[in-house]
Design a binder for this molecule. Sequence first.
Ligand SMILES: Cc1ncc(COP(=O)(O)O)c(C=O)c1O
Length: 491
Amino acid sequence: MPRTLIEIDRSSSEPLYRQVRRVIEHSIAVGIFDSRRRLPSSRELAAELKVARNTINLAYQELLTEGLVLSHERSGIFVNPEMLAAAEADLPATDSMIDWSSRMRRYADEGVPDVEKTADWYKYPYPFIAGQIDVHSFPATAWVRSLREALYEPHRFASLQDSIGADDPMLIEMIRREILPARGIEAKPEQILITIGSQQGLDLLGRTLLGPHQRVGIENPGYLDARHIFLRTGAQVYGIDVDRDGLQLPDTLSGTALVYVTPSHHHPTNVTLSMERRRRLLKLAAASGTVVIEDDYDSEFRYEGSPSPALKALDSTGDVLYLGTFSKFLSPGLRLGFLVGPAELIQELRRVRRYQVRHPPGHMQRALALLIDSGDYHRALRHHRRQMKARWEMLSQLSVQCLPWDQTTYPPGGVSLWVEGPANLDAAELVRRAAERGVLIERGDIYYIQGDPPRNCFRIGYGAIPTRAIAEGMAVLGEVARSVLDEGPAA
Ligand SMILES: Cc1ncc(COP(=O)(O)O)c(C=O)c1O
């Protein structure tokens, strides 16, 4: 039984059983007692409060009569779930003495939209969303084995100790030997930092390298979370347009402190930055002293031809900052990624990270290292890539069959399709009406930096939706798209 925090005032004129009843009622309203667990028995409560059992029985009797609690034969007394809302509504409102809104620091990304995330996406029959995974394809058995192994010798210190600013050397070694070579990258251990996902990598870089009034170039359309993070440093963020070959480079990057790019599969359109433009980007950046961040978030997912090596693989100075993540494969919920850069910078980032979160959880790092070392990581990745390729092929065909306008071809990679509808398509309306029919897709206008973005684009993610739901979901999406185009936006 949890300690109940019930306090009885024996000098009060209020009868004891009423005090007990009032406190049980309050505990139910604030959620100390919930409907899944039985309430303390009269014997337990009587012992804790040092009152007679009869006093407790009287209190419970009143609550039973009013229906706030229910008695289940042989299992005890439970909160009546139907009365919970009424109990919560009775809680007195608290009056804060502090004007919190005036006390909180304001950031310069106010007004920039957030990617809209549907919290209960998995309850929808057709969740074509990006940024989540199909939880059934996660290698759960192998992961549990690694988590267990990481708690025993010779791994337990690495898992459980306070590592201050350091990372798990075994995970660093696995990334160096088993992950980076496939991207054409060679790195020494001191050039790698483990992160709590790319997002933390971007935040650490923003804090360390940027300040007010510095200029940052990002792709347009581009990754909204990166835009938020850079704006929050006070930097001036501008967009560089993207076409079918990726970033349309300007003549010079002079005056730009930092450029952020997604060369393998541009976010959100999935186009690949051409080799010629990669070389030019590195040349321009070297000429102006511009820092280049390469976000290689889903390079594992290439479905035709061989994956292009990372931009960092072409980098002769070692200055390109490379972000990798385990969010697309394995899972965004694990919050694990890494950053590769010059040792001097990595050392400073470690210090910055130390005063935020010290280090990513040691147990998770060691378990991931063991998963990679066992071969299970790459086995599961190969399986997952085959699945994603089948989904990409299926969706590329279905989008031609189901969507009521001419389709272009889709780049053979990534975890989503970027769809451009006819100029008169109101994609926000399509997203809204599709959700009413159980189909979740993402509107595209929010990824553009300009005030008046194209409104006819949307994203169909296929990382999270079960393969068997794709055909039916696309048929429904096609129907909704036809009706949105025929009827125009709702009044
Ligand atoms: C462009 C881009 N970078 C990185 C990530 C992954 O971020 P994290 O590693 O913080 O989960 C995503 C996920 O949606 C993304 O779209």
